[in-house]
Design a protein around this ligand. Structure first.
Ligand code: ATP
Ligand code: MG
Length: 272
């Protein structure tokens, strides 16, 4: 499988933003500071929970390198979405750090993280159903002050069906098409890294394959992808790196190939 995608992370940066955050105006709320080295994006040794509730994440680490696809798998309730939310700054971290491209962004708000180049597609409520497809995509560009029509055209190139349906309410689309809207919306900020929480939830196997192909295409434009997937086997097949989470902690970590070959991982998480 790796051969088919061997040129991933190539030089085509048409959707990615080669200048980093060139088109986005960062605001300043929390402080960030230099923290060089390590993966491109990492939630490092995260311990976190909701409000005053118990710890959900226990010293949990997830990360993605430049030019790669990293996949997070694990049973329902394992804390996969919580891990993504922690990396995106949606919950208070009790221990640990988030670093993006050599900068410690642990104290930044989600908005500021978007300005720094993070794109995030949450697991639920990831589109505005009463708005048209095109309005959804335009909303994605909310943070940009420059002309985003080129990016819109690139999103339509990547997802041609969205161009056909651009004046239709997003709520009228199929599950797979809605997920394309959600991913397209995140691409509108020209992110430096894309985080996807279960992009193939509730779609048929054929649509899942198609979405994976599009995700691989995005990765090939040079945007590293950190994604949660319930289709563990298929996801690990396209993953450079995989994280198996259990009860908020790292249970297994390795390349996609290593995890697919690991007897323990196979038995417990891949159905043998
Ligand atoms: N908003 C919230 N407030 C309080 N607890 C929450 C909240 N969201 C999730 N939890 C709890 O955190 C734990 C981990 O949930 P999370 O949604 O991160 O799991 P998950 O691995 O993404 O599961 P799934 O595969 O079902 O999406 C669960 O015990 C859940 O009840
Ligand atoms: Mg989840």
């Amino acid at each position: 499988m790796s051969d088919a995608y061997g040129d991933r992370g190539n030089k085509d940066v048409s959707i990615g933003n080669p200048k980093g955050m060139g088109s986005v105006m960062p605001k300043s709320t929390g402080k960030s500071f230099d923290a060089p080295g390590g993966p491109f994006l990492i939630g490092d040794s995260m311990t976190a929970g909701y409000g005053n509730g118990p710890d959900i994440l226990h010293d949990c680490t997830i990360s993605v390198e430049k030019g790669e696809i990293a996949v997070i798998v694990g049973p329902n309730g394992a804390g996969k979405s919580t891990g993504m939310k922690a990396v995106f700054g949606m919950l208070d971290m009790r221990k640990g750090h988030v670093r993006l491209d050599g900068e410690d962004i642990t104290n930044l708000s989600p908005q500021d993280r978007v300005a720094k180049g993070m794109g995030f597609v949450p697991q639920t409520s990831n589109i505005f159903t009463s708005m048209t497809v095109e309005e959804n995509l335009e909303m994605g560009a909310f943070i940009r002050r420059d002309d985003f029509r080129d990016t819109l055209a690139q999103v339509y190139d990547l997802f041609p069906i969205l161009k056909d349906k651009r004046f239709q309410a997003a709520g009228e689309l199929s599950g797979g098409q809605r997920q394309q809207v959600a991913v397209g919306r995140a691409l509108m900020t020209q992110p430096k890294v894309l985080m996807l929480d279960e992009p193939t939830a509730g779609v048929s196997p054929i649509v899942m394959d198609e979405l994976f192909d599009r995700i691989i295409e995005v990765a090939r434009t040079g945007i590293p992808i950190l994604m949660v997937e319930q289709n563990a086997r298929q996801a690990l097949e396209i993953a450079d790196k995989g994280f198996v989470l259990v009860q908020g902690a790292n249970a297994f970590t390795g390349t996609g190939k290593e995890l697919l070959a690991d007897p323990e991982v196979r038995k417990s998480f891949l159905g043998g």
